[in-house]
Write a protein that binds this ligand. Structure first.
Ligand SMILES: Nc1ncnc2c1ncn2[C@@H]1O[C@H](COP(=O)(O)OP(=O)(O)OP(=O)(O)O)[C@@H](O)[C@H]1O
Ligand SMILES: [Mg+2]
Length: 236
């Protein structure tokens, strides 16, 4: 593996909640500028993997190297300062704050983040809704806000948990366009997805998870030659 291009290397990651093991030796890597998905059925451990990477789960063994720094024992704020950002499945919008406040609340921790205007250029709806309270937003607007919010920080590696979940096709397209644009701008993106079409269009590589393990890796070309293999894993 070429150290200069490897952004994230996960080796034999095992983790759980209150003594119940969920991840059982997960290994994968991300190279600079790639969009990579974690695919898998409900409960496979996709979100748990992202939470481990971001330091939210302390009950874990194995190694996680981010930009060459071992982070498996780091706190979330230390990992954020190294340039990783996380957009949770539940989106985590502050309901009492308006759109602009939600966007500007998280601190800018490194240079190179998007300005508020650049975030609004990616998501014009957010500019229009700038003064609207978090609770008043549609699911799509909340998802745009959840992604937009982490782009100001200066993080270059983004962990996105099911950004297309529960959204109308037109919004899914907009989110896909945004992920494309972020890749073009040099972000490295780890995407948890169950929407196979969305994942296939966007990602360079796909890791398939089953019951706490990575069981397969497929390239963009593998997917192009029919995704029967993945559909079998996902039970579609
Ligand atoms: N906070 C928690 N406490 C205890 N068990 C949990 C917790 N969060 C997740 N789990 C369990 O860990 C397993 C993996 O969950 P995880 O959320 O990582 O799956 P997932 O692949 O993201 O699934 P989904 O597609 O439904 O989002 C599941 O069996 C789940 O019940
Ligand atoms: Mg999940």
């Amino acid at each position: 593996m070429n150290e200069t291009t490897t952004v994230l290397a996960v080796e034999r990651l095992s983790a759980g909640y209150g003594g119940n093991q969920v991840l059982d030796g997960v290994s994968f890597d991300l190279r600079r500028g790639e969009v990579v998905t974690l695919l898998g059925r409900n409960g496979a451990g996709k979100s748990t993997t992202l939470k481990c990477l971001m330091g939210f789960i302390t009950e874990k063994t194995g190694t996680i190297d981010f930009e060459g720094t071992p982070i498996a024992r780091c706190l979330p704020e230390q990992i954020a300062r190294l340039g990783m950002a996380y957009c949770p499945e539940e989106r985590g919008i502050f309901s009492q704050l308006n759109v602009r406040e939600n966007l500007t609340l998280p601190p800018v921790i490194r240079e190179g983040g998007l300005t508020l205007d650049e975030v609004y250029a990616l998501f014009p709806n957010l500019r229009e809704r700038g003064a609207s309270q978090g609770t008043k937003l549609s699911g799509g607007e909340q998802q745009m806000l959840a992604i937009g919010r982490i782009l100001r920080s200066g993080a270059k590696c983004l962990l996105l948990d099911e950004p297309s979940e529960g959204l109308a096709p037109v919004i899914v397209k907009l989110i896909a366009k945004t992920v494309h644009e972020l890749k073009r701008r040099g972000f490295t993106i780890l995407l948890v997805e169950q929407n196979l079409r969305f994942a296939t269009e966007l990602a360079d590589r796909h890791y398939v998870m089953e019951t706490g393990r990575v069981v397969d890796m497929l390239t963009r070309d593998d997917m192009r030659h029919g995704n029967d293999r993945v559909e079998a894993y996902l039970g579609i």
